[in-house]
Write a new protein. Structure first.
Length: 120
């Protein structure tokens, strides 16, 4: 990530987590990738279930017919494609944000005094 002179959300998140190098789950990247490109087939979607967080902070998934959650499971046949796209996305230089112009304030035109009206 040495190229990252400007703030980069992925770089910032990973370097804030703990000193590099380290391996970490890519659940956040998986969620974003699936949301943006579901048609690519990188993941399979689990049966319905329920997510819960235990006292140690670990996320647990239990299948349940009435569950409102699903897990993304990497498709083993897509491993190479998935690694490639993760690397490309995490290494991409961010696109500079467009600067917004301040709102244009219309100048008030001076009021033209009404012609003096004289009563008859």
């Amino acid at each position: 990530y040495a190229w990252s002179k400007a703030p980069h959300p992925v770089v910032d998140a990973y370097t804030a987590h703990k000193p590099m190098p380290f391996d970490t789950p890519t659940t956040d990247m998986a969620a974003v990738l699936y949301a943006a490109r579901p048609q690519e087939g990188y993941f399979k979607v689990s049966e319905a279930g329920t997510l819960s967080v235990d006292d140690s902070g670990e996320v647990k998934f239990a299948t349940s017919a009435n569950g409102k959650h699903r897990k993304l499971v990497p498709d083993p046949a897509q491993k190479e494609r998935l690694l490639k796209i993760y690397t490309e996305l995490a290494s991409a230089k961010p696109v500079p944000r467009m600067r917004f112009r301040p709102p244009v304030v219309e100048e008030k035109k001076p009021e033209v005094p009404a012609a003096d009206k004289k009563s008859p």
